[in-house]
Write a protein that binds this ligand. Sequence first.
Ligand SMILES: *Cc1c(COP(=O)(O)O)cnc(C)c1O
Length: 386
Amino acid sequence: MAVPLFDTKLQNNALAAELQSTFARVLASGQFILGAEVQGFERQSAEYLGVRHALGISSGTDAILLALMALGIGPGDEVICPSFTFFATAGCVARTGATPVFCDVRADTFNLDVIDAARHITPQTKAILPVHLYGQAAEMESINALARKHDLKVIEDAAQAVGASQGGRRVGGLGDFGAFSFFPTKNLGAFGDAGLLTTNNDALAERAMLLRNHGAHPKYFHKFVGGNFRIDALQAALLAVKLPHLDTFSHRRAANAARYTEHFTGLPGVAPAHAADADARLILPITQMGNGHTWNQYTLRLPGAGRREALRARLAERQIGTEIYYPVPLHAQECFAALGQTDESLPVSTRLAGEVLSIPIFPELTTAQQDEVIAAVREFLATEKR
Ligand SMILES: *Cc1c(COP(=O)(O)O)cnc(C)c1O
């Protein structure tokens, strides 16, 4: 039985009638840029996330870029972000002319290591850009405390974590700005590229709103240089159909995660990430206390040269989809080589890039499909030459 890493068709097919009637409504309206559909989705998502302002944006990447622009970050500034994340986190910093400064992550949560972030603060540091990787919030209380102490801004890269919470509060409202992605494989998937920018700060919201539309106010009068970072009205209208189902999707992901953990726990050499010692052969992801994890990915770690590739190949033989998020830490990317940050100074990011493997966790994964994945992983562990 083939088990894909994700299947965007299943989720959308279940809502097809409502999506099609929504498409027909927007088509008939002739209003494709901003307007009522976008405003409706913005209100709905602000309410869902518990934030004062939510702006529909063209992509998650553009939401991060716009946040940086609205904070006035540019040449000569430094922004601290984790090295172990998707490229866009740091790519946006570089695009403003500022310098991304990479800090390490925690091996147990994959998220920004606040102590290491503190070590990277200089007089040029303007902001910290934590990532809620795989759907779990970074340690926002300590990050905000560090930011307050050094007068830094905080932008949450919440691209993978729509609906995730910490201390009962949803991510996106925990820093100065929150940036979300609706890339089709994220927890709330659009029909192309789309994103969202959130803030509780009225002045920042106002500035971001202008910059989203070329900095124009009124039309054709430009006080700032902005860009076109608008969400399509069609994407906003279709996302508004899916948003009420997001918690159901997230609960299914969490149930799938719990089932994996239950079935892998107790196998020889298997350890949860907070208790993994040097003998661990398969390390399971964990949820940090106080976090509502939304499981965009269920990411295993396989320490030891070649072992991650061996499991991946074994799963591929059984037509089970996997992916490596992410094989190269950002400090080691060619485009950032001139920054001179070394593997030795970012040991956890470097190690994780060689160990991680994400397995199917999407909400519509069936029990039979999940059993197939569990059996294949068990078989790998049982037959692996040691
Ligand atoms: C997906 C993602 C982005 C970018 O979002 P897009 O909508 O694809 O532009 C940024 N950061 C992280 C961590 C992501 O996973």
